[in-house]
Write a protein that binds this ligand. Sequence first.
Ligand code: GDP
Ligand code: GDP
Length: 439
Amino acid sequence: MSRPVVAIVGRPNVGKSTLFNRVVGRMIAIVENTPGVTRDRLYFEAQWLNRNFTLIDTGGIEFKDQSTPLSSLMKQQAEIAVEEADVVVFVLDGKTKATVEDEMVAKFLRSSGKPVVLVVNKVENFKNYEVESYEYLELGFGEPIPVSAAHGMNIGDMLDKVVENLPEDDSEDVSPDVIKIAVIGRPNVGKSSLVNKMVGEERVIVSDIAGTTRDAIDTPFRFEDRDYVLIDTAGIRRRKKIAELTENYSVIRSFRAIDRADVVLMMLDAVEGVTDQDKRIAGYAHEAGKAIILVINKWDLIEKDDKTINRFERDIREELAFMAYAPTQFISAKTGQRVHKIIELVDFVAEQNCHRILTSTLNNELREWLYLNPPPSDKGKRLKILYATQREVKPPTFIFFVNDPELMHFSYQRYLENQLRKTFGFEGSPIKMIVRRNK
Ligand code: GDP
Ligand code: GDP
């Protein structure tokens, strides 16, 4: 599903990060028990009034050039917000007058036509607050919402307004038999080379029109009578320029592509190995429950003997131990070596991610697993697993009903996951396991 993005913009010190943290803090309290909630200084998977969206603090994006003057800093922030966001939260400082920079940003936002929620922060006295200042109205976004980020006042009203402005849910915009693929990896790992090999050079060049709609940034293609969409191919080609601006930004962009994908092609550089940024992005794909393939590119540059592949395989497994389920493919996007195999694997892992096990079959197997390796007891109490059921696909999600969830140890849960995989496959797919008390 495509998750809308809400970006917070505003001058330094108006209180953007305080506001961001306030929203995060409030929601963490609500979603604490949901698995896979990711926390980051920069972005947050938020939920309000049953709508999901990604909140981004553009002020937290570090620009490489620290000496950037304020006006161009603001311009870059606003550009990122307009390019990425469905709704912009524009924050002003209620203790000072609107500045030239504020007006510049306002002008830019107005001309973009994006919905803007104008927020005046640092308002401490709500009883006597009136929008007397007319200069705010002059910015052209209607009445501002007064808030105090520091004291958590009026944040709910602001979020209501944000949600009102979110686009309609467009999760059904692509037919379900189309497999959506995100090609992810650091700059220069070979993403655009691979994309070109997969869809043919001309196709990519032809579609290289700066588009504002979601579709224009994606590239559909057909292979052996099946339809695919490569997500954010525009971003893949533009990323080089942007990467110079900020690395964080390309990470955020990757996260968005992952959110929309069925299958993630995580590209690694055979020469450089797995970096911290690779791990972070892979971790996100894992949490998001996406089918994933580890694509090791530039294989042509490696001098090989008969043990080379095994050594590489082992190193990658060690670095990305949390995704032992992901198949690897060693390719050269430059020569095209084994590129055709990727599509076969894409079909395979996409299908595994949607695999559904009948409850009766599952419980027959479960009895066998429990018999082979009975749950350990803890302080005289023994875990009893009464039954299990698969609640969802994409990712496969299992609920185990037990006498006491506290007694389910990590190692036993891992045993069950291994058995699930041994018996039913789920190659390339994370598995979510929920342990519930049987009532
Ligand atoms: P950013 O640079 O826009 O991210 O701003 P920060 O969130 O770092 O906040 C800048 C300063 O404003 C900090 O000293 C905050 O404590 C202060 N601040 C933030 N929100 C409020 C508020 O609601 N009232 C007051 N009085 N100060 C605030
Ligand atoms: P992107 O930034 O991830 O899109 O990377 P590009 O596709 O633009 O590739 C970056 C550089 O690596 C270019 O000079 C490519 O020619 C080179 N490159 C990409 N794939 C391969 C490969 O498989 N082998 C070799 N030797 N070079 C490659």
